[in-house]
Design a protein around this ligand. Structure first.
Ligand code: SF4
Ligand code: SF4
Length: 308
């Protein structure tokens, strides 16, 4: 499996402590209905047509050696069966209206890039966060990366949904300082409805992670209207955490936002939550109060809707 990285986001403050550089890996084995990074679900590179930038010159269509581009009522369409990903279209576009998500970069090149901001990490107590997609699925690539970052004294956080055999995570843990672990629901059927897969492995891995003390763990729960925002869901997760992961240092409830809607438009996909409203502040506070019955360090963050 080739490793593609969709983005290297500098000066991030939301994926762990301090100022961080977050690396987004492509490829995930869950399909969460609300996914905020749909470009990171496929493992392969993708082309985007940016309608707002396009000036309608048709150069891309004319230069494509394989006739893989056509224009329809809704705009440019790539025929992926014909496309060989030569990117002549993107290189020839005078308006930069064709973008590519997914670059192949060597571990050494990535380390060099990440170390450019080492001074910021040191003054802010920050570091590097590996996110996605599911970064752990790229463990063969990540292992030498985190080994070198550890050797360089860089704090490393791993943002993971936990759906893989535990022994893979175990290989990486000696070089990880903080695990940001997602638990969306304890009810397996509900989890399957929301993500496409049951959560048996995720919860088993969470228990094993909770039983070791070498790495700090934060739990993150996205609060999604109509899916994970019921008080009984938070109660169930709270009970699970209290029983199996008593040493976590934070449980963060992340309030839903719709900032990713444009990504679905670019990918030509319907987003089930495109009309969903933000959650109110009072509801987030209520859910957080419920969470604190089980985990004292529970907090909430994110956007909320105005209340009258
Ligand atoms: S070359 Fe660029 S600007 Fe011209 S039609 Fe294609 S995408 Fe649009
Ligand atoms: S990447 Fe190459 S083959 Fe694919 S649509 Fe663009 S020009 Fe054609």
């Amino acid at each position: 499996m080739e490793t593609f990285i969709s983005d290297i986001q500098k000066m991030s403050t939301e994926d762990g402590p301090g100022i961080r550089t977050t690396v987004f890996f492509k490829g995930c084995n869950l399909k969460c209905i609300w996914c905020h990074n749909p470009e990171n679900i496929p493992f392969y590179r993708q082309k985007y047509w940016l309608k707002d930038r396009c000036i309608g010159c048709f150069t891309c269509r004319d230069v494509c050696p394989n006739g893989a581009i056509s224009f329809h009522e809704d705009g440019l369409v790539f025929d992926e069966k014909l496309c060989v990903f030569c990117l002549v279209c993107a290189d020839s576009c005078p308006a930069n209206a064709i973008e590519v998500k997914g670059q192949s970069i060597s571990v050494q090149e990535l380390i060099k890039e990440l170390l450019k901001d080492k001074a910021y990490y040191e003054v802010s107590g920050g570091g590097v966060t590996l996110s996605g997609g599911e970064p752990v699925l790229h463990w063969e690539y990540i292992e030498p990366l985190v080994q070198e970052l550890k050797r360089q004294g860089v704090h490393v956080a791993l943002d993971t949904a936990g759906n893989y055999p535990y022994h893979i995570l175990q290989k990486l843990l000696p070089y990880i300082d903080l695990v940001l672990y997602d638990i969306k629901a304890v009810d397996s059927e509900k989890h399957k409805e929301m993500t496409g897969l049951e959560n048996t492995q995720i919860l088993q891995n969470a228990k094993r992670l909770g039983a070791q003390s070498s790495v700090e763990v934060w739990i993150r729960t996205p609060i999604i209207p109509g899916y994970t925002d019921e008080s009984k869901n938070i109660e169930a997760i709270g009970k699970f955490l209290k029983q199996n992961m008593p040493d976590i240092t934070k449980w963060e409830l992340l309030s839903f936002n719709n900032l990713c809607a444009h990504k679905y438009r670019l990918l030509g996909k319907e987003w089930a939550l495109k009309d969903a409203e933000l959650i109110s502040r009072s509801k987030m506070e209520q859910l957080c109060k419920t969470a604190r019955k089980y985990v004292k360090s529970a907090i909430w963050s994110g956007a909320t809707k105005a209340e009258v």
